[in-house]
Design a protein around this ligand. Sequence first.
Ligand code: 5GP
Length: 190
Amino acid sequence: MQLLKERILKDGVVKPGNVLKVDSFLNHQMDIDLINEIGKEFRRRFPSDKITKILTIEASGIGIACIVAQYFGVPVVFAKKTQSINIDGEVYHTKVESFTHKRTYDVILSKKFLNEDDHVLIIDDFLANGCAMLGLIDLVKGSGATIEGAGVVIEKGMQNGGDLIRSQGVHLESLAIIDSMTDTSLTFRN
Ligand code: 5GP
């Protein structure tokens, strides 16, 4: 998505540890005009009218998913990261290792909000090693719902998350795929 790539080049900042900061427009301060365009682009790439829910994970996926959901006319449900080990039977449960925070979270989703009749589009801001996305896929599988696809705004193609998700047969669409980045240069996949 050209508009997004231009914005990453203009305002993205590369930090040590292979981290790209896009917090001036995507996941701290949010440019709503840009995210509306992102919503339209995901709708174009996932034209299915079967989708019943958009699923994301807190925290930074939520705002983006809410805007995207307006182009699908379906609710957003987000998986919650929890400290508590007391997981009751009313939730689907998985574990996710956080790339940015270098720790493992228990992640839960209420059984009230996802079941075998649902057709799910997963949305997230970044795809790096794929842990967050694999956790979300695990939650959907646990619910018996169907995965219609996964959309990420920025895929870091030099990490292996994209390959992992695609090898599971999930229809993955990334609006910008970064193949390499240094302090002074950033290369996108065509
Ligand atoms: P993964 O689980 O694929 O390794 O990482 C995905 C999650 O880590 C995303 O939900 C995102 O919040 C965070 N993340 C991964 N890489 C980056 C990055 O380069 N920049 C930012 N801002 N977040 C990232």
